[in-house]
Write a new protein. Sequence first.
Length: 216
Amino acid sequence: MSKLAELIGQAGPPISRAPKRLRETPVTLARERLLELEALLHLRDGFVALGGALTVRPSVTVASVRGVEDWNQLTLWRTPYRGSTEILFFADTVLGLQFGLHKDSVVAFDPASGQTEHVAFGLERWAAYVLEDSMSVLGSEVLAEWVAEHGSLPTGKRLQPRLPARWQEESLDDPQWRTIDDVELMRRFARLYKETREHPGVLPEGFDSWWWEGAE
């Protein structure tokens, strides 16, 4: 069994029942990677997998789950990130880590630092990556602890940390988490990135008043 088939086998039902072709894609995206993604979404048009830790976005928006093209609108959350227009984001984790297609690669994108890391060439190898590293990379362990205490996490919701990882001190207890809409989490990460870009190790003034405000 291929790793991609194994990932789909662990997933829930398709988010959308009416897949469509992806038209708004970066001009730098390799055609082979685009065809792979379209084939995956034709097979199962968006899904939640690995206990809810990973969401692969559908080709079209369904209720609270934004489709690939809507999620990649420049003004939705990614305006501060330089070079983000060259990435087609198609999946994300419960903690906000993004996966995208960039040229011929699948990359992981950290919204707190704005850094992009090569993960694999092709979705088959990407599937192997997320299956093997779901605990550390996707946040499966954090999610499992949350679910045990609070119940299942609704579709479209993510977990926001009390403090982003780079500012957590070793002396602190395990970070606190709470639920937040996926796009709102990304907008807060984008603001954090914008306000710390020149001084990455320093939390911005007034951080406490907006980072933790208004989420559930």
